[in-house]
Design a protein around this ligand. Structure first.
Ligand code: C2E
Ligand code: CA
Ligand code: CA
Length: 501
């Protein structure tokens, strides 16, 4: 996965996450708000039913109650009350068994079908009215002294009241095993009233139902702009994150991870003298990445120098060189001379790590017969301040030698020679490459070598790839030779196998 696609997938993930969290929060809000809305509206319906029933009860007690034992006196007044009330269809008087008095003409003696009537006032439902054929009826029953006064109320009055404007919820009435809604009445003996959605008054049990479509309608109509804001916001966050991540230097994180897992390893390239004797090696960093394999130093050294991680990489290289060479100390001792050269960047000179790690190397190999060399590149200007000069002086006090790396390419750090004795000059590969190309280029190389000879510093020529270059350098008094012609940089084990066994 490339950096760009990894960043893109994190951004998409973030957008999805923000949307998900946003939608969950809004959905919770919709849930609470709609339940509140439904509760309040159901309560309003309950109050309307309540006031309808109360007005009927009031008119009963004020106008009819005293005549409930005499049908002939009761009936004309009851008819008046029935006609005056918008809700009342009929008023009847009954005892426990029969209806004996009614505002509707009775053809025959009618059985009183309402069972288990409580004392006082109650609302009941009869699916099939004995007085009006093929009609159901709600009865408001006022019971006193074995007289049942029944106010018949048309069921459409209730279904009308249960009809609400917005399709956000369904108010329901549950009475005598019947479920009453705006769509009519159905027998539902096993229906369970949801106690959380219940609104009760003295006469009825009302409740409300909300289904998924209701939530959707309510959410879309009332909270659409929230959804819109969340979506836009998540995209803005995504773009900001994308720009931020794309600008970020991920190598620092990757190097830190590599350091933690000790993935930086030393590769050693042999250095020879003019008699082709192996006289040392340059330690070159490699990053043994589990995914990308062996990574060359130019891919990470500049970043590591910039971030200061070069100090830890140096420590890791030293540790591994000590561990790898320790068992071969006597073999190194037996060599005439053995140089171990490490590359150092100028910021390392002022860091306490460098001296500590160099001491670790020297004592780690029990001061065996080898010469530690630090190669300071000339490609970047080496600061000439006191701190850097003191850094080099304290290294030299430990017997460490200094080589000027990439000599001839850059900032003429030769001026250092005034303050510090440079022990070796490493002529850059770019000069070795010039040998044999054109005559004037040969002169340039000759000039570099001539300068070194005049200041009396031995030269290590790097990047030698053929015999012609070797001969030319031999003829120009080069002391040390390094390049693929003699040997490529190899792992410590390989170096030991090839040169120290
Ligand atoms: P350098 O110090 O000039 O190292 C010499 C480079 O030339 C090495 O590349 C080496 O593998 C390559 N080389 C040697 N002989 C030949 C040859 O005959 N032909 C060709 N084509 N190349 C040859 P490498 O190992 O890729 O290192 C590149 C640079 O990375 C080094 O240049 C050095 O500046 C830096 N570097 C490597 N390791 C470290 C380290 O531990 N610390 C620091 N600060 N820099 C390092
Ligand atoms: Ca070098
Ligand atoms: Ca070089």
């Amino acid at each position: 996965m490339t950096k760009k696609s990894a960043i893109l997938s994190s951004v998409v993930l973030l957008i999805l996450l923000i949307n998900l969290i946003g939608y969950v929060l809004i959905s919770c809000r919709v849930y609470i708000a709609l339940n509140q809305y439904a509760y309040e509206h159901t309560e309003q319906i309950s109050q309307r039913i309540n006031s309808m029933l109360e007005s009927t009860i009031t008119s009963y007690y004020t106008e009819l109650d005293q005549y409930k034992h005499q049908c002939d006196q009761f009936l004309p007044l009851a008819k008046q009350v029935s006609l005056a009330s918008p809700y009342t269809r009929s008023i009847t008087l009954a005892n426990r068994d029969f209806i004996y008095c009614s505002t509707i003409t009775l053809n025959a003696k009618q059985k009183y079908v309402v069972q288990n009537v409580a004392q006082g006032v109650s609302l009941r439902y009869i699916a099939s009215s004995p007085l009006v054929k093929k009609s159901d009826v709600f009865l408001l029953v006022v019971t006193s002294e074995d007289v049942y006064v029944n106010f018949g109320i048309d069921s459409f009055i209730f279904t009308n009241l249960l009809n609400v404007d917005m399709n956000y919820f369904t108010p329901l009435l549950y009475i005598d095993n019947y479920l009453v809604s705006k769509n009519g009445t159905t027998l539902s003996p096993s229906f369970k009233v949801d106690e959380h959605h219940l609104v009760e008054n003295a006469y009825i049990r009302l409740f409300y139902q909300i289904d998924r479509q209701n939530y959707l309608n309510f959410g879309l109509i009332n909270y659409a702009y929230f959804y819109f804001i969340i979506t836009v916001l998540s995209f803005i966050c995504g773009v900001v994150l994308y720009v931020f991540l794309m600008r970020r230097d991920w190598t620092v994180f990757a190097i830190a991870k590599g350091l933690k897992r000790k993935q930086f390893v030393p590769y050693l390239q042999p250095v020879f003298d003019k008699d082709r004797r192996m006289v040392g090696a340059e330690v070159l960093a490699r990053w043994l990445h589990p995914k990308y394999g062996l990574i060359a130093p130019d891919q990470f050294i500049p970043n590591a120098e910039h971030s200061g991680q070069i100090n830890q990489i140096f420590s890791q290289l030293v540790d591994k060189v000590v561990a790898g060479l320790k068992p071969f100390q006597s073999r190194i001792d037996s060599l005439n001379e053995f140089h171990l050269a490490f590359n150092v960047a100028s910021p390392q000179l002022t860091h306490f790590h460098l001296l500590r790690d160099c001491k670790h190397l020297i004592y780690g190999l029990n001061r065996c017969h080898f010469q530690l060399v630090l190669e300071l590149t000339e490609r970047v200007q080496i600061p000439q301040d006191e701190l850097h000069i003191q850094g080099i002086i304290s290294l030299k006090k430990q017997g460490i030698r200094i080589a000027l790396d990439d000599f001839g390419t850059g900032h003429s750090s030769l001026s250092y020679l005034k303050n510090i004795k440079i022990d070796y000059l490493k002529m850059d590969k770019s000069f070795t490459d010039m040998i044999g190309e054109e005559e004037f280029k040969d002169h340039i190389v000759a000039n570099v070598l001539d300068l070194a000879e005049r200041i009396g510093v031995p030269v290590v020529a790097e990047g030698i790839e053929n015999q012609y270059q070797e001969l030319y350098l031999l003829n120009h008094n080069t002391q040390f030779f390094q390049g693929y012609y003699y040997g490529r940089p190899v792992s410590i084990d390989e170096f030991i196998r090839l040169y120290l066994s």
